[in-house]
Design a binder for this molecule. Structure first.
Ligand SMILES: Cc1cc2nc3c(=O)[nH]c(=O)nc-3n(C[C@H](O)[C@H](O)[C@H](O)COP(=O)(O)OP(=O)(O)OC[C@H]3O[C@@H](n4cnc5c(N)ncnc54)[C@H](O)[C@@H]3O)c2cc1C
Length: 407
């Protein structure tokens, strides 16, 4: 790099904002240009299905930085400016408005987009998806006492949305194709905890449901099921997962496979282009595999590594996956990575019925992941257990009298 370098970040979500922050914290004094397709400055998404959606958090609390932060740190934030192309040869990006910006290093933090349902009516205007602040605003005003809300998909977003709607006094039906919510992530025993939680709060949870058609309008909507059931609704929300926004990377020939493929330093196949957050499928040195994590903590922490790599400094992203949820009076953190296919045992410490426990997923006697439910200040110990890759005694793991730190 000669003269004052320009680092461009595409995607002004949490990861993009944190990248700008990390570059300045590392002492980078060149230009930082942050492009965002949305009209807002970077904000955090977790409150959009929780406290903000429920009306208990003010709008200002969702933003990553105060309004003046970008100017104060000489970060050139361009909102409402989608980037439409990358010219790798010229080291330039092209925006929707035809503007070209040269980069020395380029970071992609383009995030993800809600998956559409593949049934008739799934793109009707009256249907809700929940990804953006504007989506949350629309739902916030639609969740009223007595409103009939149908949530399609019992993943994290679907369940948090259902909890927010119930808390607002709406009549809520949740439709899930699998036989339990969150089954692929948690396995049957822990998935049942979330099924029971929602049923106990008055949600009409219908598992094994197949949607055949949606009729959505601004007034009354209906969801038709394959078994002939018709559910009339005032609000229909779809939460069936997200797909990474890889179009830019793909169109300029970067390696893409379930996200933008990056190494442990978050570099793509082009050394001057990196990726972080929901869009990045990064090699994890501890887990020895590529992993794309669609969670807040990854978008929060990966950018510091990306910033160091952009500056030519040594940095590796090897944090364990971590995520959290809040639904009604249940708060939970999950640390590690346990695909149900490789888990041979789930050990529980505490009281599942009372929803106050830690669940550990084990394989070959080693802890792969732990989920603490309404039990706090243990995530670090769980992370240490996972990292140690040591054999643990399941009886001691289950025994609350044995401090986790001693295992
Ligand atoms: C409602 C909701 C609740 C959540 N709750 C939790 C939770 O409780 N716990 C948890 O761990 N995680 C949660 N998550 C996930 C977490 O919010 C995401 O992992 C995180 O937002 C990812 O950040 P990101 O910056 O990588 O991507 P995003 O937040 O998706 O930001 C990417 C940004 O890039 C912009 N962009 C895309 N393409 C372009 C382009 N070509 N040009 C310019 N800009 C572009 C997008 O418009 C977007 O603003 C939740 C997500 C949602 C939607």
């Amino acid at each position: 790099m000669s003269g004052s370098p320009t680092f461009v970040v595409v995607g002004a979500g949490l990861a993009g904002a944190k990248a700008a922050e990390a570059l300045r914290a590392e002492g980078f004094d060149g230009r930082v240009v942050l492009f965002g397709a949305e009209p807002h400055r970077p904000y955090e998404r977790p409150p959009l299905s929780k406290e903000y959606l429920q009306g208990s958090a003010e709008r200002e609390t969702v933003f990553v930085h105060p309004e003046g932060w970008y100017a104060d740190h000489e970060v050139d934030l361009r909102v409402d400016t989608a980037v439409t192309g990358i010219d790798r040869g010229a080291h330039e990006i092209l925006t929707r408005t035809g503007h070209r910006e040269r980069y020395d290093k380029l970071l992609l933090t383009t995030g993800a987009t809600p998956r559409r349902l593949a049934v008739a009516g799934s793109d009707l205007a009256g249907l809700h998806y929940l990804r953006s602040l504007d989506d949350s605003d629309r739902l916030r005003s639609a969740f009223r006492p007595g409103a009939r809300v149908v949530v399609i998909g019992a993943g994290w977003i679907g369940l948090e949305t259902a909890a927010a709607a119930r808390t607002a006094g709406a009549e809520v039906t949740v439709l899930e194709h699998a036989r339990l919510p969150l089954l692929p992530v948690l396995g049957p025993r822990m998935a049942a905890v979330f099924a029971d939680l929602h049923t106990a709060h008055g949600v009409d949870l219908r598992c094994g449901a197949t949607i055949s058609e949606i009729r959505a309008s601004a007034g009354a909507s209906a969801v038709l099921l394959a078994d002939g059931t018709r559910l009339d609704a005032d609000v229909v929300v779809v939460g069936v997962g997200v797909t990474p926004n890889v179009e830019l990377a793909q169109s300029c020939g970067l390696n893409v496979d379930n996200g933008v493929l990056v190494d442990r330093h978050l570099s793509t196949s082009d050394a001057d282009i990196l990726a972080a957050g929901d869009v990045a499928n990064a090699y994890h040195p501890l887990l020895c595999r590529q992993l794309r994590i669609e969670h807040w903590a990854t978008a929060l922490h990966q950018p510091a590594v990306a910033a160091r790599t952009m500056l030519g400094r040594d940095a590796t992203y090897d944090r364990l996956p971590y995520f959290f949820t809040d639904q009604y009076d249940l708060g939970m953190e999950y640390t590690g990575y346990a695909h149900p296919d490789v888990t041979d045992e789930v050990v529980v410490r505490g009281d599942v019925e009372a929803r106050e426990f830690i669940a550990f997923w084990l394989s070959g006697g080693r802890v792969l992941a732990g989920m603490n439910v309404n039990t706090w200040d243990v995530a670090e110990d769980i992370g240490r257990l996972v990292r140690s890759q040591a054999d643990v005694d399941p009886a001691r793991l289950a025994d609350p009298a044995v401090p986790l730190a001693e295992l």
